[in-house]
Design a protein around this ligand. Structure first.
Ligand SMILES: NC(=O)c1ccc[n+]([C@@H]2O[C@H](COP(=O)([O-])OP(=O)(O)OC[C@H]3O[C@@H](n4cnc5c(N)ncnc54)[C@H](O)[C@@H]3O)[C@@H](O)[C@H]2O)c1
Length: 443
């Protein structure tokens, strides 16, 4: 790609995509390589690294992690084995200083309370940022991230990876928007149910000394490993897990909610080690052009019944979708006046149910007149194409860095989701319905 066609393709994507001369150098170098640093090399850092190295032209150059004896060491070794020679850092400021001019983008997968400071510093250093959700556990800091993105013009993708998932994109573009297959959407129901878990531990030969832990905001090794449960460090399960799915509620309804009521508490675990609520049930109301959509969401951390999914219900059908590829079906309402779905099957929007025959009651059962049996399940004919869940979202980010795409989850969208989920914790505490003002979603 020569300079002119690169500029043309960047201009074609339009809207404020800033790019550095270093990026052009990478693009014109033939390889179109993007040099990347990983900031936070824990469980999610590993997922981002694995998905990124499946993408052509991504070169890891640096790893920053305060857990030198464990995660940092393991990640640098692993990347080395994959042919990415990386420098290792403990402090992100030192990394930004020493890697100046050598990297294009940073993937941030540190605990939530670090995101704002680190993402802002990276953008101010001229780097594009892929930052894991939750943008921040503190809304004021999430707001500063949006402001820094606007000021610097750098790309800031937030890690709500379902936004780039081809199955979700198909459901929104084809089923909800084009076919309006659900009819008038009225209700949403979703959950992430997880089994009870022991706290995360650590190898005894990889303990971080107290001075280092304190310097980076952790009171102890237990807090360092189980940061999600602590109020100053994370947002608890509703934010950690719920934000992915509540983000989809807003995407698929095309709006942000008017209000939320919620109930929750630390009902099972010890409040000293689990400051955030282990159980939360929330109900939002979304006001769409067609009318109110009431949306229930629950997160359980003591029982995994039915796992995680989102269900969108309308007067003509139901869509059940999940990041877990084991789920994804559409059900047609059986009432009179509901158009048949042959047209959508022919167009390839949905696949004919495998079991076509009418459902029959179990042997020995006499059906009550009020009963309807489960309708047949139409399938969603789109797969991940063998990619890991994070890969399409990272591809979208790297494409945007190369000037070939618009971000699927830019800072403004990540911010709207942060507003929605952080309010649930407030609603639990307030024990009453809390309203959202439209301006709360804007920066
Ligand atoms: N998108 C998803 O599906 C998804 C899934 C899991 C986690 N996440 C997000 O990813 C982030 C990381 O989660 P995780 O499960 O990997 O946590 P983790 O505790 O396994 O890893 C965090 C890593 O960050 C390092 N770290 C902590 N503070 C640091 C600092 N100031 N500078 C450098 N390194 C630091 C730790 O040493 C650790 O290696 C969180 O924001 C989480 O919400 C997203």
């Amino acid at each position: 790609m020569n300079r002119r066609s690169f500029l043309r393709s960047t201009a074609a994507v339009g809207a404020g995509l800033a790019f550095s001369s270093r990026m052009f150098a990478a693009a014109s170098g033939g390889g179109n390589d993007i040099n990347v640093a990983l900031l936070g090399a824990g469980a999610e850092g590993r997922a981002l690294m694995d998905a990124s190295r499946a993408i052509p032209g991504i070169k890891f150059k640096a790893v920053c992690d305060i857990w030198t004896a464990y995660n940092q060491k393991a990640m640098v070794n692993l990347l080395g084995r994959y042919g990415h020679k990386c420098s290792a850092y403990v402090d992100y400021k030192e990394m930004l200083d020493k890697e100046k001019g050598k990297i294009d983008a940073v993937l941030i997968a540190t605990p939530d309370f670090w995101h704002a400071e680190q993402a802002i510093a990276c953008m101010e250093a001229g780097l594009h940022v892929y930052c894991e959700k939750e943008m921040s556990n503190d809304l004021a800091k999430a707001r500063q991230m949006v402001e820094a993105q606007k000021k610097t013009g750098k790309l800031l993708q937030i890690g709500h990876q379902r936004r780039s998932n081809p199955r979700y994109i198909h459901c929104y573009d084809k089923l909800i928007r084009e076919a309006k297959i659900l009819g008038r959407m009225t209700t949403i129901n979703g959950q992430w149910n997880r089994s009870a878990q022991e706290p995360l531990g650590w190898p005894k030969n990889a303990v971080i000394d107290d001075a280092t832990l304190n310097k980076y905001g952790f009171a102890s090794m237990d807090q360092f490993r189980n940061w999600r449960w602590y109020k100053k460090l994370g947002g608890g399960p509703i934010v950690d897990l719920g934000s992915h799915q509540i983000d989809i509620y807003a995407w698929f309804t095309g709006t942000t909610p008017k209000g939320v009521i919620a109930s929750g508490g630390t009902d099972y675990y010890d409040k000293k080690t689990h400051e955030w609520y282990d159980t939360v049930m929330a109900i939002y109301d979304f006001e769409t052009k067609e009318g109110i959509v009431r949306a229930f969401y629950q997160v359980l951390t003591t029982n995994s019944n039915q796992g995680y999914y989102e269900t969108f219900m309308g007067d003509q059908g139901t869509l059940v979708i999940s990041e877990s590829s084991a789920r994804g079906s559409v059900y047609r309402e059986q009432g009179a006046g509901v158009p048949d779905w042959d047209k959508w099957v022919k167009l390839g929007f949905i696949k004919e149910p495998v079991k076509k025959e009418e459902p029959k009651p179990a042997a020995g059962t006499v059906l009550d007149v009020r009963e309807t049996l489960a309708p047949p399940a139409y399938e969603i004919p789109v797969t991940m194409g063998g990619k890991a869940y994070h890969q399409p979202h990272l591809e979208n980010f790297y494409d945007a860095v190369r000037g070939k795409a618009k971000l699927n989850c830019p800072a403004e969208i990540g911010y709207e989701t942060a507003v929605m989920v952080l309010k649930v914790n407030e609603a639990v505490e307030a024990a009453k319905r809390l309203e959202f003002k439209p301006e709360e979603f804007k920066v």
